[in-house]
Ligand binder design. Structure first.
Ligand SMILES: [Zn+2]
Length: 406
């Protein structure tokens, strides 16, 4: 049991009980008493508040035998019908948005052209319109939205929700994304402008979404996204590892020896992204007379089995694999997931070739190198989960219950 929910006696609050139920560690009154050391009456009082808020319900499964013996107990479960989450994932020229249930089910979804270079005011305003339409499609009202999660293709200061010197997001540096998205939500969906908005890097949120849904027992999980740029998300102990300044995982701008004369979008020469990203492969293909301008063009060529695209993707995989050998040696993850436009057999083959050659055998003995399971939805699922984990965290529950008047 973690220290946070391991409080005993009068210390364990409604938020701690909710956490125990949501995580499945204690799902009956008896089990909650045992886990917290609270009396039956106190557990009852705290659960009553959660019932009145609509956050908990009695399970459909019926009574189960109590671990303490005696009467069978009713199981408790998180009531995921009392609110919904909005999420969006911005790529450089395309975006996806969705309404999600509190347990991560996508209730309505939309993907379309949205050009990040048009700047934050235009892009976030349009997202507000998408959110309004999606809520209508899902049959939910704006006041049911408990929060918004947004994935962006750049480094994010998660305390302020602002992007920090993003190489591929001109005009977004330091912009107040939370306030603008809240305004757009109020304007188009008629929701409260002060709705909580959480912003994070797309690779972080993809890693979070994939780890939680597909690899919940993996305590060290790394996802590498290779599309127009290259980024990585790290989930350690079930939490996104962001580093001190939110810069963890930004492996696209590591210098590689082969790239000395390759100009990167960040303005430097020799970055990994300048020689091994979807954008870099597209440039090589275009130079050879194959029409390709972006990572998604390369993906289309790979899907069609284009031999030159496959050869270049494998070579890009080897270059990324060389850098990943260091990543794997440092973090010793259980899963290394390759996602994004280039994530296919040729790229993966290249990654494996160099990774197993360069990394220490002990760091790769129990390593699974896999491709994405959620595909284009990974960041949406991760963004939704981030909002839910934030809003229902024990330290935030008390304040929110008081605001609801229970
Ligand atoms: Zn760079």
């Amino acid at each position: 049991m973690s220290g946070r929910t391991g409080k005993s006696g009068a210390q364990a609050g409604a938020g701690d009980l909710l956490e125990l139920v949501r995580s499945g560690r204690a799902t009956t009154r008896g089990a909650l008493q045992q886990a917290t050391g609270l009396s039956r009456a106190t557990v009852g009082l705290r659960l009553d508040r959660l019932f009145r808020a609509g956050w908990l319900r009695e399970g459909a499964g019926g009574p189960v035998d109590s671990p303490l013996g005696g009467r069978p107990s009713i199981t408790l479960e998180f009531d995921d019908a009392h609110a919904v989450v909005l999420a969006a994932d911005l790529d450089t020229r395309h975006a996806r948005a969705a309404v999600l249930s509190l347990t991560g089910e996508i209730l309505a979804e939309h993907g379309g052209t949205l050009v990040i270079e048009d700047g934050p005011d235009a892009v976030l305003g349009e997202l507000g319109r998408w959110f309004a339409e999606l809520l209508g499609k899902a049959g939910h009202l704006a006041h049911e939205v408990c929060g918004i999660g947004l994935a962006v293709p750049g480094p994010v200061d998660s305390d302020t929700g602002r992007v920090v010197q993003p190489p591929i997001m001109p005009g977004w540096d330091g912009y107040d994304i939370r306030a603008r998205l809240g305004r757009a939500f109020a304007e188009h969906a008629h929701g409260p402008a002060d709705v909580p908005v959480l912003v994070d890097n797309d690779a972080n949120l993809m890693a979070y979404g994939e780890q939680r849904t597909g690899h919940p027992d993996c305590s060290a999980f790394v996802l590498v996204k290779v599309s127009t740029g290259i980024g990585a998300g790290v989930v350690v102990g079930g939490r996104i590892y962001r580093g001190v300044d939110g810069g963890a995982g930004d492996i696209g701008h590591i210098r590689v020896p082969e790239g000395a004369d390759a100009l990167c979008r960040c303005g430097s020469y020799g970055c990994l992204a300048a020689v091994a990203s979807g954008g870099a492969v597209a440039r090589r293909l275009a130079g050879a007379g194959v029409p390709a301008a972006s990572g998604s063009d390369v993906r289309d060529l790979l899907t069609a089995g284009h031999p030159e695209a496959a050869a270049l993707a494998r070579e890009a995989g080897r270059r990324v694999g060389d850098v990943l050998a260091t990543v794997v040696t440092l973090l010793n993850p259980g899963v290394l997931m390759i996602a994004g436009d280039l994530a296919g057999t040729p790229f993966l083959t290249g990654v494996r070739e160099l990774l197993y050659q360069r990394a220490l055998p002990r760091s790769t003995a129990h390593l699974d190198v896999v491709t994405s399971r959620l595909g284009e939805r990974a960041a949406l699922v991760g963004a939704g989960a981030l909002v839910v984990e934030h809003l229902y965290a024990p330290e935030r529950v008390e304040e929110r219950l008081l605001a609801l008047g229970v």
